[in-house]
Design a binder for this molecule. Structure first.
Ligand code: GDP
Ligand code: IMO
Ligand code: MG
Length: 427
């Protein structure tokens, strides 16, 4: 059995990746965040405490675990320092953290531009988290990005920042925004570099050494495949690829080491931010699910849009990311419904389709085709084994397996680490 496991969100984010990463981290040596930045909000609950992590990997609570922020991430150093201070204030004082010297730095102008781009989009705004994620990735691909390792070299950083500001300030001025002065930004970011220097290293070398030792490595995805820049509902997506396919590139390991993928999905669907969502619900049912699932954004506090489980979207995630098993999350939320629906196909302009169209123009016209299964009344948050689940609940799980072609390995019946039913042992 492989000692590596990739945890991938298979919907539009917030599937419970933090909880599942923490659950498997109890037996892991290394936890790696491979993309995204502090747009993520991963909630972890254990021993009566609740933590929301943004950039820091979910293994941080165990001093034995090496936590890696890999090269594919965009890192806001100020936010990382704030997050670490917050953890330390709550007693998480002993931890191991490694930040890739090749990870891209989120600069202050990225956050300004994120807000500005959104305000110019009028009715077509993406609803980003305004953390500067898109502009930071854009600069990376435009080769004017600054990397974490650059902050450790005073002269080189000065050169990189000067070159970047020459372009970014022109852009800001064109948009009617204040340009950034070199000195203030330089001093501030040099200081962040000094504060974080003990964590910054070549995490690819380190990860390959861990693979050599056959260490247990968890790759913790952020966002979800439907928000993937390559395969998501473009342009209503994030600017990185949460898919398992991005793990090798974004961590500096060989593709052959990505050999087991756990897809994390809610027992229903949520989406925060704009963009088409075929199974979206409104009215009393949406309210019922939103309140039972506390469906409000971890990062922005926005109410999440909620809908039925979408097997077409899940199949899309399975195809583009490779999903070996599913972790079915927030299953306890669905108790109390008379019937539960699963979307098994879409109807697009009168034709049945079983795939996600490439344009959101088409996707917005897709109507869900549902199968209905009986609901169950019993609360299940206290249940510790699959067999004890109500018959109708097990039937629903069976239908999800049937329509997605993936076996459910984990059923989550509450936010706490202990509220986790293992159906198939993954390690
Ligand atoms: P992530 O971004 O994928 O890590 O997910 P979030 O943490 O943003 O959102 C998931 C939310 O659901 C968090 O508030 C979790 O505490 C909560 N949660 C996770 N699993 C369960 C579950 O099985 N049942 C319930 N009721 N809540 C859960
Ligand atoms: P986790 O890891 C849910 C959404 C935003 C917006 C779009 C683009 O907690 O699952 P961005 O700031 O990335 O440019 O925003 O992506 N989004 C998320 N939605 N969970 C997340 O992360 C998200 N990260 C970004 O709401 O629609
Ligand atoms: Mg989240």
């Amino acid at each position: 059995m492989s000692n590596r496991l990739v945890i991938v969100g298979t919907q539009w984010g917030d599937e419970g990746k933090g909880k599942i990463t923490d659950f498997f981290a109890q037996n892991a040596d290394v936890v790696v965040r491979y993309q995204g930045g502090n747009n993520a909000g991963h909630t972890i609950a254990f021993d009566g405490q609740k933590f929301a992590l943004q950039s820091i990997p979910s293994g941080i609570f165990n001093p034995r675990i090496k936590n890696v922020m890999a090269n594919g991430m965009v890192v806001n150093p100020k936010a990382v320092l704030t997050e670490l201070a917050g953890l330390e204030a709550r007693g998480v004082k002993e931890y191991q953290l490694f930040i890739s010297n090749r990870a891209t730095v989120v600069m202050p102008y990225h956050m300004t531009l994120d807000g500005a781009y959104e305000s110019f989009k009028g009715g077509k705004l993406i609803g980003t988290t305004k953390k500067g994620i898109g502009p930071a990735y854009a600069d990376k691909y435009n080769r004017i990005g600054i990397r974490m390792g650059d902050l450790l070299d005073a002269d080189y950083f000065a050169e990189r920042l000067r070159d970047a500001l020459a372009i970014k300030n022109m852009e800001l001025e064109m948009l009617g925004l204040e340009p950034y002065g070199f000195d203030a930004v330089y001093e501030e970011y040099m200081e962040y570099g000094r504060c974080l220097s003990r964590y910054i290293c070549d995490t690819s070398v380190m990860l390959n050494a861990e693979i050599e030792k056959n260490s247990r490595i968890l790759f913790e995805g952020a966002q979800g495949v439907m928000l993937c820049i390559e395969n998501g509902t473009f342009p209503y997506v994030t600017s990185s690829s949460p898919s398992a396919a991005s793990v090798p590139l974004n961590t500096g390991i060989a593709p052959r080491y990505v050999d087991r993928v756990l897809g994390v999905c809610k027992a229903y669907t949520t989406r925060v931010g704009e963009g088409p969502f075929p199974t979206e619900l409104d009215g009393d049912l949406a309210h019922y699910i939103r309140e039972r699932g506390h469906e409000y954004g971890t990062v922005t506090g926005r109410p999440r849009r909620v809908g039925y489980f979408d097997a077409v979207a899940l199949n899309h995630a399975r195809r583009v990311s490779g999903v070996d098993y599913l972790a079915l999350m927030l299953f306890d939320v669905l108790s109390g419904l008379d019937v539960v629906k699963i979307c098994v196909a879409y109807e697009l302009d009168g034709k049945r389709i079983e795939h996600v169209p490439s344009t959101i123009a088409e996707y917005a016209r897709c109507k869900p085709v549902y199968v209905e299964v009986p609901g169950w009344k019993e609360e299940i948050g206290h249940i510790g084994s699959y067999d004890e689940l109500p018959v109708a609940a097990k039937n629903y799980i069976g239908k999800i397996e049937e329509f997605t072609g993936v076996k459910v390995a984990i059923v989550s019946v509450g936010p706490d680490r202990t509220q986790t039913i293992t159906v198939k042992q993954l390690w």
